[in-house]
Structure formats: structure tokens, C-alpha cells
Design a protein around this ligand. Sequence first.
Ligand SMILES: [Zn+2]
Length: 120
Amino acid sequence: MSTLQTEHREINGVKVEITRVGEGRIRRVTYPGGFRWSKDMKPTVKTDSCEHTHVGYIVEGSIEITYADGCRAEFTAPQAVVIDAGHDGRVTGNGAAVMIEFDFEGETARRFGLPESHRH
Ligand SMILES: [Zn+2]
């Protein structure tokens, strides 16, 4: 019997609770109302777009994703979420958006068999 340990982080107003599981992680991520990646995170991350693959479930609120080629996706709780790397994202509506995300840090796309970035 092992005990799961959860680490709490906050970056630019985004609260993240991280639980490591084997080679992966379960993360509960709270994006505050009004959050937009390109405004709130880009200056810290210093990439053109969010280069993370997001796989999980939105349990509260709504988000809108925009890819560099103009494709858009919207997710509203309760709903499964898959977002390819190479996107901007923002919280829509008034409140926060809460996501449960599963990742393998830099290997998330490969481990899930997803493309390394948005394509058709
Ligand atoms: Zn597209």
C-alpha cells in the first residue's frame, strides 16, 4: 500500500495540484476567470503558444482553444478534453475553469499516441 502525495503549486494565478502516479501525473488545474494563456502565461513560458498536450476532463467552467491555423475548440464541464500542443487557451464565462489532467510531462503526446502538435 502506497500513499499518494500531492504537491501544490501556483503559477501566474493558475493553481495546480500534482500527484505523481508511476511514470505519469494526475493534475487538478484551476484556471481563474479571465485567464488567457497568451496574456498570463506566455511572458513566463516564452514560447509562441502553449506547447503542452492536455488530456483530461473539465469538471467546472468553460474554455476556448485557438490553434495557430485558426481552428477553434470549446470545452464545457462536464466533458472529456484533448488539446494538441501549439495552442492559445482562455477561460470563457465568469468563473474559473477546473480541469483534471493526465500527463507524462514532456512525453504526453507520444505516450497517448497523439500528434506532437495540432494537425489535420
Ligand atoms: Zn487546424
